[in-house]
Design a protein around this ligand. Structure first.
Ligand code: ZN
Length: 204
Protein backbone atom coordinates (compact mmCIF):
# COMPACT_ATOMS: atom_id res chain seq x y z
CA UNK A 1 0.00 0.00 0.00
CA UNK A 2 2.67 2.53 1.01
CA UNK A 3 4.73 1.48 -2.02
CA UNK A 4 1.89 2.22 -4.44
CA UNK A 5 1.41 5.54 -2.69
CA UNK A 6 5.05 6.50 -3.16
CA UNK A 7 5.05 5.52 -6.84
CA UNK A 8 1.89 7.59 -7.31
CA UNK A 9 3.41 10.58 -5.49
CA UNK A 10 6.55 10.42 -7.63
CA UNK A 11 4.29 10.74 -10.67
CA UNK A 12 2.18 13.58 -9.28
CA UNK A 13 4.77 15.77 -7.52
CA UNK A 14 6.12 18.94 -9.12
CA UNK A 15 9.56 18.73 -7.52
CA UNK A 16 11.32 15.62 -6.32
CA UNK A 17 14.17 15.74 -3.82
CA UNK A 18 15.99 12.47 -3.20
CA UNK A 19 18.46 11.82 -0.40
CA UNK A 20 20.70 8.78 -0.54
CA UNK A 21 22.71 7.67 2.48
CA UNK A 22 24.95 5.02 3.89
CA UNK A 23 22.62 2.07 3.27
CA UNK A 24 23.42 2.56 -0.43
CA UNK A 25 27.13 1.91 -0.04
CA UNK A 26 28.05 -0.37 -2.95
CA UNK A 27 30.34 -2.44 -0.73
CA UNK A 28 27.27 -3.83 0.97
CA UNK A 29 25.23 -4.68 -2.11
CA UNK A 30 25.86 -6.42 -5.40
CA UNK A 31 23.19 -4.77 -7.51
CA UNK A 32 23.86 -1.07 -6.92
CA UNK A 33 24.21 -0.35 -10.67
CA UNK A 34 20.79 -1.87 -11.38
CA UNK A 35 19.25 0.11 -8.53
CA UNK A 36 20.54 3.43 -9.88
CA UNK A 37 19.22 2.51 -13.34
CA UNK A 38 15.86 1.61 -11.81
CA UNK A 39 15.82 4.97 -10.02
CA UNK A 40 16.63 6.70 -13.29
CA UNK A 41 13.68 5.00 -15.04
CA UNK A 42 11.33 5.86 -12.18
CA UNK A 43 12.15 9.57 -12.12
CA UNK A 44 12.66 10.08 -15.86
CA UNK A 45 11.22 13.45 -16.91
CA UNK A 46 10.74 14.69 -13.33
CA UNK A 47 12.22 17.92 -12.00
CA UNK A 48 14.49 16.22 -9.46
CA UNK A 49 17.66 16.69 -7.48
CA UNK A 50 19.65 13.99 -5.71
CA UNK A 51 21.85 14.60 -2.66
CA UNK A 52 24.04 11.67 -1.71
CA UNK A 53 26.48 11.09 1.12
CA UNK A 54 27.77 7.90 -0.51
CA UNK A 55 31.36 8.43 -1.72
CA UNK A 56 31.99 5.33 -3.87
CA UNK A 57 31.28 7.24 -7.10
CA UNK A 58 28.92 4.53 -8.41
CA UNK A 59 26.12 7.07 -8.98
CA UNK A 60 28.49 8.94 -11.35
CA UNK A 61 28.59 5.89 -13.63
CA UNK A 62 24.79 5.65 -13.87
CA UNK A 63 22.40 7.06 -16.48
CA UNK A 64 21.05 9.57 -13.96
CA UNK A 65 21.33 13.23 -15.01
CA UNK A 66 24.70 14.18 -13.53
CA UNK A 67 23.72 17.87 -13.45
CA UNK A 68 21.03 16.94 -10.91
CA UNK A 69 23.33 15.19 -8.42
CA UNK A 70 25.46 16.57 -5.61
CA UNK A 71 27.78 14.48 -3.42
CA UNK A 72 28.91 16.80 -0.61
CA UNK A 73 30.96 14.08 1.11
CA UNK A 74 33.02 13.62 -2.03
CA UNK A 75 34.00 10.88 -4.40
CA UNK A 76 36.66 8.25 -3.69
CA UNK A 77 37.43 7.78 -7.38
CA UNK A 78 38.41 11.45 -7.73
CA UNK A 79 41.91 12.12 -6.44
CA UNK A 80 43.35 15.01 -4.47
CA UNK A 81 46.74 15.68 -2.88
CA UNK A 82 46.86 14.01 0.56
CA UNK A 83 48.66 17.10 1.86
CA UNK A 84 46.23 19.45 0.08
CA UNK A 85 49.09 21.44 -1.43
CA UNK A 86 46.78 22.30 -4.35
CA UNK A 87 43.05 22.53 -4.92
CA UNK A 88 43.45 20.47 -8.08
CA UNK A 89 41.23 17.39 -8.33
CA UNK A 90 41.99 14.62 -10.83
CA UNK A 91 39.73 12.17 -12.61
CA UNK A 92 40.28 8.41 -12.08
CA UNK A 93 43.56 7.27 -13.72
CA UNK A 94 44.43 10.79 -14.85
CA UNK A 95 47.55 10.48 -12.66
CA UNK A 96 48.58 6.82 -13.17
CA UNK A 97 51.16 6.68 -10.34
CA UNK A 98 48.72 8.35 -7.87
CA UNK A 99 51.44 10.82 -6.78
CA UNK A 100 50.79 14.55 -6.52
CA UNK A 101 52.57 16.20 -9.49
CA UNK A 102 53.04 19.40 -7.45
CA UNK A 103 54.60 18.13 -4.22
CA UNK A 104 55.30 14.42 -4.72
CA UNK A 105 53.04 13.25 -1.86
CA UNK A 106 50.55 10.42 -2.46
CA UNK A 107 47.11 11.28 -3.76
CA UNK A 108 44.03 10.32 -1.78
CA UNK A 109 40.26 10.13 -2.38
CA UNK A 110 38.50 13.50 -2.68
CA UNK A 111 36.19 12.84 0.28
CA UNK A 112 35.54 14.10 3.81
CA UNK A 113 37.93 11.39 5.00
CA UNK A 114 40.88 13.26 3.49
CA UNK A 115 43.03 15.08 6.04
CA UNK A 116 42.05 18.35 4.38
CA UNK A 117 39.07 17.81 2.13
CA UNK A 118 39.21 19.88 -1.07
CA UNK A 119 35.57 20.98 -1.25
CA UNK A 120 35.91 22.49 -4.71
CA UNK A 121 34.99 19.04 -6.05
CA UNK A 122 31.32 19.38 -5.12
CA UNK A 123 30.75 23.12 -4.59
CA UNK A 124 29.56 23.95 -8.15
CA UNK A 125 26.88 21.27 -7.82
CA UNK A 126 26.04 22.43 -4.31
CA UNK A 127 25.32 25.87 -5.73
CA UNK A 128 23.11 24.28 -8.39
CA UNK A 129 21.29 22.37 -5.65
CA UNK A 130 20.60 25.38 -3.42
CA UNK A 131 19.36 27.32 -6.47
CA UNK A 132 17.05 24.42 -7.39
CA UNK A 133 15.86 24.14 -3.78
CA UNK A 134 14.96 27.82 -3.61
CA UNK A 135 12.40 27.25 -6.39
CA UNK A 136 10.57 24.46 -4.52
CA UNK A 137 8.98 26.57 -1.78
CA UNK A 138 5.44 26.88 -3.14
CA UNK A 139 5.57 23.70 -5.20
CA UNK A 140 4.28 20.23 -4.49
CA UNK A 141 7.53 18.75 -3.21
CA UNK A 142 8.18 15.09 -2.55
CA UNK A 143 11.21 14.25 -0.41
CA UNK A 144 12.39 10.68 -0.63
CA UNK A 145 15.09 9.92 1.93
CA UNK A 146 16.65 6.50 1.58
CA UNK A 147 19.13 4.99 3.97
CA UNK A 148 20.34 8.18 5.62
CA UNK A 149 21.33 7.64 9.24
CA UNK A 150 23.41 9.75 11.59
CA UNK A 151 26.89 9.58 10.03
CA UNK A 152 26.54 13.10 8.58
CA UNK A 153 23.00 14.26 9.52
CA UNK A 154 23.75 17.89 8.63
CA UNK A 155 24.00 17.04 4.91
CA UNK A 156 20.61 15.41 4.25
CA UNK A 157 18.66 14.31 7.30
CA UNK A 158 18.21 17.59 9.22
CA UNK A 159 17.98 19.89 6.16
CA UNK A 160 15.33 17.59 4.63
CA UNK A 161 13.24 17.88 7.81
CA UNK A 162 13.61 21.65 7.69
CA UNK A 163 12.72 21.82 3.98
CA UNK A 164 9.64 19.66 4.58
CA UNK A 165 8.57 21.71 7.59
CA UNK A 166 8.62 25.08 5.80
CA UNK A 167 6.82 23.91 2.63
CA UNK A 168 3.05 23.45 3.07
CA UNK A 169 2.83 21.13 0.08
CA UNK A 170 5.78 18.95 1.02
CA UNK A 171 5.73 15.30 1.94
CA UNK A 172 8.71 13.37 3.29
CA UNK A 173 9.29 9.64 3.27
CA UNK A 174 12.14 8.49 5.50
CA UNK A 175 13.14 4.92 4.76
CA UNK A 176 15.83 3.32 6.94
CA UNK A 177 16.42 -0.06 8.51
CA UNK A 178 17.11 1.30 11.99
CA UNK A 179 16.91 5.12 12.01
CA UNK A 180 13.57 6.00 10.42
CA UNK A 181 12.35 8.13 13.32
CA UNK A 182 11.00 11.60 12.53
CA UNK A 183 11.30 14.88 14.40
CA UNK A 184 8.17 16.64 15.72
CA UNK A 185 8.68 19.46 13.20
CA UNK A 186 7.43 17.25 10.37
CA UNK A 187 4.44 15.71 12.17
CA UNK A 188 1.62 15.10 9.69
CA UNK A 189 3.85 15.77 6.67
CA UNK A 190 6.09 12.75 6.82
CA UNK A 191 6.05 8.97 6.97
CA UNK A 192 8.69 6.78 8.54
CA UNK A 193 9.29 3.41 6.94
CA UNK A 194 11.36 1.09 9.14
CA UNK A 195 12.82 -1.11 6.47
CA UNK A 196 16.23 -1.26 4.83
CA UNK A 197 15.94 1.26 2.02
CA UNK A 198 17.71 -0.94 -0.53
CA UNK A 199 15.34 -3.83 0.07
CA UNK A 200 12.42 -1.45 0.05
CA UNK A 201 13.51 0.17 -3.20
CA UNK A 202 14.21 -3.16 -4.90
CA UNK A 203 10.56 -4.13 -4.42
CA UNK A 204 9.15 -0.70 -5.28
ZN1 ZN B 1 50.55 17.92 -3.33
Amino acid sequence: MIKEKIVEEIKSCEKLLIGIGEEWNAKETGDIKELYEKLNRMIQGKDYFIVTTVTDGEIRKSSLDQKRIVAPCGNETWRQCSKSCTKDIWEPLEIPDDICPHCGQPLTGNTIKAEEYIEEGYLPQWNAYTYWLSATLNKKLLLLEMGVGFQTPTVIRWPFEKTASINNKAHLYRIHGSFSQLSDTVKGKADAISENSLEFFRSL
